[in-house]
Design a protein around this ligand. Structure first.
Ligand code: PGA
Length: 245
């Protein structure tokens, strides 16, 4: 049985006062029954981790190198030292806004795992790619390129996030989600081995809300969600945590 995950990707949102949302969420879910991971912007990580809520804190990116002359970047080691347990790598907004390739995402995931973090590796097709019938080729290709060979259920989570579903209110059909998640699990088995592939959690992300989370999390091979907009307030995220718990 894979324990479900409710992960919140705050993107470039939140201020120090947003800690109140974490406290309210902890009050609503003192014992969530799933793994909850909140990923705020870097500067909020230490304060959020210090709250002692029953949640893990994660980052949204890390550099592939351990340290060095990389102005503005943050190492996986520092992220771990600040109290985070996970880091998202290869989000489509990074792949698009920052030109990140699967090669680079792979190296970031290796750095994250080397620092003791769980790498949450994102894959997903654009609308044009889906319409061209390329979805499975694209996501499998991203998986092979991005997922380190030494990945295990402890240091890797995969997230399927169709680019066209992110922040758009559009969600694939249950059958479309099931098809991609089954394909990703089979690809993980080929890329790693069947035992690890069976244990690794695969999240769905893209316009997950309280109103659709229960249905989405019940789909075969969906082990929880990576949630953007609906993770920013306790009010919106609490029902999603409940659906995963
Ligand atoms: P969304 O974002 O839930 O706002 O669609 C998901 C994500 O980008 O991780």
């Amino acid at each position: 049985m894979r324990r479900k995950i409710a992960a919140g990707n705050w993107k470039m949102n939140g201020l120090p006062g947003s800690a109140a949302e974490i406290e309210a969420l902890a009050k609503a879910h003192p014992d969530p029954g799933c793994d909850v991971i909140i990923c705020p912007p870097f500067p909020l990580i230490p304060a959020f981790a210090a709250l002692g809520a029953p949640f893990a804190i994660g980052a949204q990116d890390c550099h592939a190198a351990e340290k060095g002359a990389h102005t503005g970047d943050v190492s996986a080691q520092l992220i771990a030292a600040m109290g985070a347990k996970a880091v998202i790598v290869g989000h489509s907004e990074r792949r698009t806004d920052h030109g990140e390739t699967s090669d680079l995402v792979h190296d970031k995931a290796v750095a994250a795992q080397g620092a003791g973090l769980t790498a949450i590796v994102c894959v997903g097709e654009t609308l044009a790619e889906r319409e061209a019938g390329q979805t499975l080729d694209i996501v499998n290709d991203q998986l092979r390129g991005s997922v380190p060979a030494a990945s295990t259920a402890e240091n890797l989570v995969l997230a399927y996030e169709p680019v066209w579903a992110i922040g758009s209110g559009l969600v694939p059909t249950n059958d479309q989600i099931a098809e991609v998640h089954a394909a990703l699990r089979a690809e993980l088995a080929a890329h790693l081995d069947p035992a690890r592939a069976e244990a690794i959690r695969i999240l769905y992300g893209g316009s997950v809300k309280g109103s659709n989370a229960g249905e989405i999390f019940a789909i075969a091979n969906v082990d929880g969600g990576l949630v953007g907009g609906a993770s920013l307030t306790a009010e919106d995220f609490a029902p999603i945590v409940a659906a995963a718990g």
